[in-house]
Design a protein around this ligand. Structure first.
Ligand code: FAD
Length: 408
């Protein structure tokens, strides 16, 4: 009977336990969890709804890290479809919104209950309030809390949102086996910008195509709802671009927001003239110039950013000024000054160096029978179900390896 210790009772640790026990009922699995209950982070996912996976979460280009191709094989061995089929077969009904999947109940608690109850019914031993700070090796066995194990799985997550459990202590456990950790950055978080305009827009939501430039080069763009705040911007595009912002904010890094991505600058200009020249809808005062196009306050801030007095009559605006306004709607620039830190971040960008692990089994190349899965590795997915899919797929790979299915 193989004894396996899983350090960390989060998404990947719980799923790994299930896969180990379902694959071989003779397995003996103990989960050590530092918090007073397992899976606290799962409860916070997807705004409490748990965006459990994404139909594109097997696409390697949606994952990042120093070795970007590393997760390819593991993601293709356990795809979103495999996860969805497994959950449905086991009674967890899902609902789909665009490319994202949520539990049908729309409660993250459903996912945690599913994982926890499965673990319990399959006979996993769950020990809470057990923060593991060292793992000893003796006679080919690992010693944890005075107990012997043949296999150890480090599933401690990263260091983002430490109040939910993952405080970075897992990295220390891996360093104890000579593993290196890549530089760590908060990701899927809010972006801080120069706030002269965002302060005035605080609380406003607007759809925009957001592009991030570093040293004048377009690095990435994303469309979605932007939420303005005192410090800068939040919302899905900010989350998606935050790792790039974190890496580059000290360079010449700025965001360009396009509030009318389906219109050319010329078409935006035409729309403004249509409003001005229509005797019924003519805004008369510049403060109302963009009321028919955009959120009112956003329109006013855009006009003010062009150094135009908003109390002026619209007919006093030169064509040059109207062109400038149209251009500003298409390219509203915010200088990036940083990102909100690990306390607010959903994931950690960076982690244990992937090339020190087998890309099929996730076994350490330095220590036999030591495995890692989930966010602790330097595999970082986009916002939208990608990181949980990685947690589950990597847990599946480890369980399969321990169950001996990779001994070919
Ligand atoms: C607010 C928020 C919302 C999110 N929403 C989504 C979403 O909707 N979809 C999505 O795909 N991803 C989402 N994520 C990211 C996703 O939750 C994580 O990527 C995923 O949970 C990682 O799983 P994991 O098992 O590797 O780590 P975790 O889930 O962080 O679990 C690690 C566990 O290990 C325990 N632990 C840590 N150190 C030790 C130690 N030394 N000893 C014992 N136990 C230890 C921790 O307490 C924790 O329970 C979200 C994250 C946050 C913070």
């Amino acid at each position: 009977m193989k004894k396996t210790a899983i350090i960390g009772g989060g998404a990947s640790g719980l799923f790994c336990a299930i896969m180990l026990l379902q694959g071989n009922s003779a397995n003996n699995v103990t989960i050590f969890e530092k918090m007073n209950r397992v899976g606290k982070k799962i409860l916070a996912t997807g705004n409490g709804r748990c965006n459990i996976t994404n139909e594109n979460a097997d696409k390697i280009e949606r994952f990042y890290g120093e070795t970007p191709l590393f997760p390819k094989e593991i993601l293709s061995e356990f795809t979103p479809k495999n996860l969805i089929d497994y959950l449905l077969k086991n009674g967890l009904l899902l609902r789909k919104e665009n490319d994202k999947y949520y539990p049908f109940s729309e409660q993250a608690g459903t996912v945690l209950d599913f994982l926890r109850l499965k673990c319990e019914s399959l006979g996993a031993r769950i020990l809470v309030d057990k923060k593991i700070e060292n793992i000893k090796k003796s006679n080919n066995k690992f010693i944890i809390e005075g107990q012997e194990f043949e296999n150890v799985v480090i599933a401690c997550g990263g260091k983002s949102s430490p109040h939910l459990g993952s405080d970075g202590s897992g990295y220390e456990l891996l360093k104890g086996f000579n593993h290196a950790i890549t530089p760590l950055l908060p990701a899927i978080t809010q972006i801080k910008t120069e706030n002269q305009f965002t302060k005035q827009l605080k609380g406003i939501k607007a759809d925009a195509n957001v592009s991030i430039f570093v040293n004048q080069k377009l690095i990435r763009e994303d469309f979605g709802q932007v939420l303005f705040a005192d410090y800068g911007i939040s919302g899905p595009p900010a989350f998606q671009l935050s790792a790039i912002a974190a890496k580059n904010y000290d360079k010449n890094c700025f965001l360009s927001l396009d509030f009318m991505p389906d219109f050319s600058t010329e078409q935006v200009k035409e729309q403004i003239y249509t409003a001005i020249n229509n005797p019924i809808t003519s805004p008369l005062k510049v403060e109302n110039l963009l009321t028919l196009l955009l959120n009112k306050r956003l329109g006013q801030v855009i006009v003010k950013s062009c150094d135009i007095n908003i109390n002026q009559n619209v007919y006093e605006l030169s064509d040059k000024k109207i062109t400038q306004i149209a251009e500003r709607i298409k390219n509203f620039r915010l200088k990036v000054t940083g990102v909100n830190g690990f306390n607010n971040a959903q994931i950690t960008y960076g982690g244990a160096k992937c090339n020190e692990f087998d890309s099929k089994t996730l076994e350490s190349k330095f220590q036999k029978n030591l495995y890692s899965c989930g966010e602790i590795l330097d595999v970082n997915g986009d916002c939208g179900g990608f990181n949980l899919q990685w947690a589950f797929a990597s847990a599946f790979a480890v369980a399969k390896a321990i169950n001996g299915e990779n001994n070919d």
